[in-house]
Design a protein around this ligand. Structure first.
Ligand code: NCD
Ligand code: ZN
Length: 357
């Protein structure tokens, strides 16, 4: 038996990194913005804002109006820039892409295969119709952000990302080899390998929850709806492949939380919806994953350098300090008039992040 009072000393770790950005977030609209914008702007400098509202953000004037509603909710004294995106539909025109290119606040175009995920009903059903759109994006260097899952109901939900790469992404890149593409929130070995070996115009975002969890966390010993997101958590070996990719130092992998708020009752239901809310502790969760992998030295590249480099933007000037210290995650957060249950609710977080300069 070990003596009880051995005075075990655990060295507390601390690192400082360049201020990070979030290259994939859902803020929603209306009353929800108060919480989501406060969380998103706490220490990130910029965020790529997803356009899957109902109805979706399909043109520049809608994107600018949405941006204005977002900016009204930024707490006083914070400098934070929401980078807007357009939602691609079968009816998106070449002119919509030109408008986006000439707008200082629109940075990318998001493609949801129709039916693939939350608020994707207006998404793309006919890729052939978009030839002129893809051509124009390739020419102008407009990033195409992909929800990378097929929607074929005969394909197993755990295989939909790998199928998408074969059926959609490879043919797309054969036709448009210079198109700038971000495969969003990747979840599989297949996606990590594809991006690592693809040309320099192809990148991927990785969420904190896909680095920290696998499908056992969601399904073993009971169904936990707050771990349910799309693309769905995969088996452990895929989680390990994502950790290897994120900590590899390869500049084509970068941070995108995919923080996606949903009211508690919409998730804790017979047919619960997809999305995990992580924005309230995003960097803390990533730091935990990187520290567990012994790769904290790779966090700055992933969180603060690789994204701006891919988007052709400067890195941020300020610094963020991450300290190992425990704090309790809230059980609930407000989402307009509803409550939402964030990822890790009621459990302990291991890191604390704050801007220091
Ligand atoms: C997202 C949402 O709720 O908008 N949900 C999710 O499970 N990730 C949509 C998405 O990014 O797929
Ligand atoms: Zn998303």
């Amino acid at each position: 038996m070990l003596p009880l009072s051995q005075g075990i000393h655990v060295a507390m770790q601390e690192i400082s990194i360049i201020q990070p950005d979030d290259w994939h977030i859902h803020l929603r609209d209306g009353a929800a913005l108060q919480q989501t914008v406060a969380d998103a702007s706490r220490y990130f400098a910029r965020a790529i804002v997803m356009p899957n509202l109902t109805p979706p953000v399909v043109n520049v004037s809608q994107a600018l109006a949405y941006r204005q509603r977002i900016l009204e909710q930024v707490p006083a004294g914070r400098q934070w820039n929401p980078l807007m995106t357009l939602y691609l539909t079968d009816n998106t025109s070449r002119q919509d892409i030109l408008d986006a290119h000439h707008c200082d606040h629109v940075y990318a175009v998001k493609l949801y295969p129709a039916g693939a995920t939350t608020n994707s009903d207006s998404g793309v059903t006919d890729w052939e119709r978009l030839t002129a759109v893809f051509e124009t994006m390739q020419e102008l260097g407009t990033p195409l952000l992909l929800h990378g899952e097929v929607t074929d109901s005969t394909i197993d939900i755990f295989d939909r990302e790998a199928e998408f790469i074969e059926r959609r992404l490879q043919p797309l890149l054969q036709r448009f080899p210079a198109l700038k593409v971000v495969l969003e929130h990747i979840t599989t070995t297949e996606a990590a390998d594809f991006v690592a070996t693809a040309a320099g115009n192809v990148a991927a975002t990785i969420t904190a929850h896909h680095l920290l969890y696998n499908r056992n966390h969601m399904l073993a010993g009971g169904i936990r709806p707050h771990y349910y997101c799309l693309p769905i958590l995969k088996r452990s070996r895929h989680q390990q492949a994502l950790l290897s990719a994120a900590t590899s130092g390869n500049p084509r992998f970068f941070l995108g939380t995919d923080s996606a708020p949903h009211a508690r009752d919409a998730k804790q239901a017979a047919c619960g919806c997809a999305g995990c809310y992580t924005a309230y502790a995003a960097l803390e969760l990533y730091a935990e994953a990187f520290a567990a992998a012994g790769a904290l030295d790779k966090l700055e590249g992933f969180a603060s350098r690789n994204g701006p480099a891919f988007y052709g933007l400067p890195t941020n000037d300020r610094m963020l300090r991450l300290q190992q210290s425990t704090w309790p995650a809230p059980h609930n957060l407000p989402l307009g008039n509803d409550a939402m249950v964030p990822l890790r609710a009621g459990e302990t977080l291991q890191w604390h992040a704050e801007l220091v300069s």
